[in-house]
Design a protein around this ligand. Structure first.
Ligand code: ZN
Length: 283
């Protein structure tokens, strides 16, 4: 199935336009590394829409886990772990088709394997990244409150650190799912325009019916967060975007070897400084 691409484990590889895998990975300009099905559509819509409307930009998505954890959600309780895995895998493939992704790779590791730092995951990510050599890699941000998301970001970092020559990579960025990045100082904040094609934005999120029907209205919440991000970005200016996504540029961790703890501490300290300065100036 993976035609020359060496992977320890893969549960599904889907290339919506039927290209061969080598071409689908090589043409990738944006690679998104996410923990679960639906995370890429929640956090990286700005990149999906850009590639969707472009002839020479291509979005590839990697989902590390098998989605089994979500059988705990309300209505999905009637499904077994095996059934929910299959449902979520197919929902993700549908999103890849709707969003015209270059390739959709689902690795199928368990959440426990991802959080337990299973080395096979780092190997597999390294091999896929080398096959893609993308300009941008998006993943979860280090301040996300879901441990599996943070684990995915750390494994992506480890995979990149294992690659010596990364001259093709322009940026490695953390995005919002479980915890927005509104708190970041504006100097530390990347802002991405996610305003194009709201019909596509909505249909991508609504592809994940097992989650929404299970009682999680991600469709409303995600578009609401992007709308709020656009409006609350600047108090002193009219809105420049209708929908926006915030990100943190984590490139220095993979290029300069800064530790994730040091990196996030600096950003948290920047946030603290902003607030304390404000209060001190106004006393
Ligand atoms: Zn997730």
């Amino acid at each position: 199935m993976t035609d020359g691409l060496k992977l320890n484990q893969i549960s599904d590889l889907y290339i919506p336009d039927g290209s061969d895998i080598k071409n689908a990975l090589q043409r990738t300009t944006v690679l998104c590394i996410a923990a679960h099905q639906d995370d890429a559509e929640i956090m990286a819509y700005h990149a999906i829409q850009e590639c969707y409307h472009s002839k020479n930009k291509f979005f590839t998505s990697i989902i590390i886990t098998d989605g089994a954890g979500s059988e705990k959600i309300n209505e999905s309780r009637r499904y077994s772990a095996e059934e929910i895995k299959k449902i979520r895998l197919n929902e993700q493939k549908r999103a890849a088709k709707v969003g015209k992704y270059s390739a959709q790779i689902q690795m199928g590791y368990s959440s426990g394997e991802l959080r337990g730092n299973d080395k096979r995951i780092i190997d597999d990510l390294t091999n896929i990244i080398i096959a893609c050599k993308p300009e941008y890699i998006f993943t979860h941000n280090l301040a996300d409150k879901h441990p599996t998301h943070v684990a995915a970001a750390l494994r992506a970092m480890d995979a990149l650190k294992a690659i010596e020559d990364k001259t093709w990579l322009k940026a490695f960025v953390g995005l919002e799912v479980w915890r927005g990045l509104d708190w970041l100082s504006d100097d530390d904040k990347l802002i991405f325009d996610a305003s194009q094609n709201q019909r596509l934005a909505r249909s991508l999120i609504r592809t994940f019916k097992s989650q929404i029907k299970g009682g999680k209205r991600y469709d409303d919440a995600v578009l609401g967060r992007r709308r709020a991000n656009a409006v609350f970005y600047r108090a002193d200016k009219a809105d420049e975007m209708k929908y926006a996504t915030y990100g943190m540029d984590m490139s220095e961790i993979v290029f300069n070897g800064k530790s994730p703890e040091e990196y996030i501490s600096e950003h948290i300290n920047g946030f603290k400084k902003d607030i304390i300065n404000n209060i001190e100036q106004l006393k």
